[in-house]
Design a binder for this molecule. Structure first.
Ligand SMILES: CC(C)(COP(=O)(O)OP(=O)(O)OC[C@H]1O[C@@H](n2cnc3c(N)ncnc32)[C@H](O)[C@@H]1OP(=O)(O)O)[C@@H](O)C(=O)NCCC(=O)NCCS
Length: 185
């Protein structure tokens, strides 16, 4: 468990437990409601990923406040980057959710940084995502195309991003991202 001493000092980041699943589904639904992303499928995506080979229990993290309310969640799951020469195992970040009433308090940033730290400790070399181009570069994300990594979804180039979780972690890794079938069901 990690506690932080800034204005989110009342927030604990920890892996989700089976008893959290329903609350997590609900918070994801509320976070994505009324967004332009407006993906009603995001709670279902998490449900499917939990049942897939791509799921890593240590990297499905919740942000819990002092009242025991779950106010945020992040999921990093396994993705492959495949080229003619090689296949590399990386992480896909999706989704990241913070309850509307708790947004812009730094909780999304806490979840991102803690997820990166834990992923690096588990030995993962890099992470990928499709997301807001104004938000993710602050954590170190760059355009994935700079590494020669392509996504199988239609999205603007600057929204398709990658980060090295270790120095040089993405060196020699290029090709097409292969997501778990949970993303397509
Ligand atoms: C995106 C999200 C996870 C950010 O969480 P958060 O706890 O509000 O973020 P933080 O407090 O750590 O960071 C706030 C910063 O993020 C920026 N931000 C928040 N949402 C943003 C968005 N949709 N696009 C761009 N920037 C955004 C804010 O402008 C703020 O910037 P500032 O620090 O320069 O003022 C949260 O707003 C959310 O759940 N949104 C709905 C679901 C969603 O869109 N998820 C991401 C899909 S890619």
């Amino acid at each position: 468990m990690t506690n932080y001493s800034n204005n989110t000092s009342n927030i604990t980041i920890r892996p989700e437990k089976a008893s959290d699943y329903l609350e997590v589904q609900h918070l994801i639904k509320l976070a994505f409601e009324n967004t332009t992303e407006g993906e009603p499928t995001e709670p279902l995506l998490v449900k499917r990923l939990r049942q897939s080979d791509a799921y890593i229990p240590e990297l499905s993290l919740v942000a819990e406040n002092e009242k025991g309310t779950l106010v945020g969640h992040i999921l990093l799951s396994k993705v492959k980057v495949v080229s003619e020469e090689s296949t590399a195992l990386l992480l896909g970040v999706a989704p990241l959710s913070v309850l509307p009433d708790y947004q812009r308090e730094g909780i999304g940033s806490l979840l991102m940084r803690e997820a990166h730290k834990r992923a690096s400790e588990l030995g993962y070399k890099g992470a990928l995502l499709i997301g807001h181009k104004e938000y993710y570069p602050r954590f170190g994300y760059k355009k994935a195309s700079l590494y020669g990594i392509q996504f199988p979804f239609e999205a603007p180039d600057d929204c398709c991003m990658a980060i090295e979780l270790k120095e040089g972690g993405l060196q020699g890794i290029h090709g097409m991202v292969h997501y778990s079938s949970a993303f397509y069901e």
